[in-house]
Design a protein around this ligand. Structure first.
Ligand code: ZN
Length: 137
C-alpha cells in the first residue's frame, strides 16, 4: 500500500480500490426494439399528400397568370432561360410556412433561373425574386 505526506505533514494512505467489473443483471433489448427496427420514410408526409390537390391548382394558377413564361427572364438577363417552368416562392417556405399554397406570393420561373435564385439570394433579392422572413406581409 502506498503512502505519502499531506500538506501538514501527516501521513495519508491511499486506499486501493477494488476494480471488479460491473455485471449486467438484465439482458440488453433484442431485435424487437424500436431503435433497431428500420423502415423507409414515406416519400411525402400525409400532411403534404393532403395538400397535393391544392398545391397543383396553385401551380396551375401561377403559371397561367404569368403567361406560361419565365418571370425572371427580364429581371436577370445574364442567365439564359432553360428547363421546365417551375413555381417559385420569393419568400421561401422555410421562412413562411404555408406560402406554397398562396398564388399571390409565387412567380413562374424556368429551372435555370430557379437554380440561379437559390444560388444567389442577394442578387435575386435586388431584383425582387427573393425575400426574407421579415418581409412577409
Ligand atoms: Zn428563366
Amino acid at each position: 500500500m502506498a503512502s505519502a505526506l499531506d500538506a501538514d505533514g501527516s501521513t495519508v494512505r491511499a486506499i486501493a480500490m477494488k476494480r471488479t467489473p460491473l455485471t449486467r443483471r438484465t439482458p440488453l433489448a433484442g431485435g424487437s426494439s424500436k431503435l433497431t427496427t428500420r423502415k423507409a420514410l414515406p416519400l411525402r408526409s400525409p400532411k403534404r399528400a393532403g395538400e397535393a390537390a391544392q398545391r397543383a391548382s396553385v401551380v396551375l394558377e401561377v403559371k397561367h397568370r404569368d403567361g406560361w413564361a419565365c418571370r425572371a427572364a427580364q429581371a436577370a438577363p445574364e442567365v439564359v432561360c432553360g428547363g421546365r417552368l417551375e413555381v417559385h416562392e420569393p419568400i421561401p417556405r422555410s421562412a413562411w410556412p404555408g406560402v406554397h399554397l398562396l398564388a399571390d406570393h409565387a412567380v413562374a420561373v424556368c429551372a435555370a433561373h430557379h437554380r440561379w435564385i437559390g444560388a444567389h439570394p442577394l442578387d435575386a433579392h435586388a431584383v425582387g425574386l427573393h425575400g426574407f422572413s421579415w418581409e412577409r406581409p
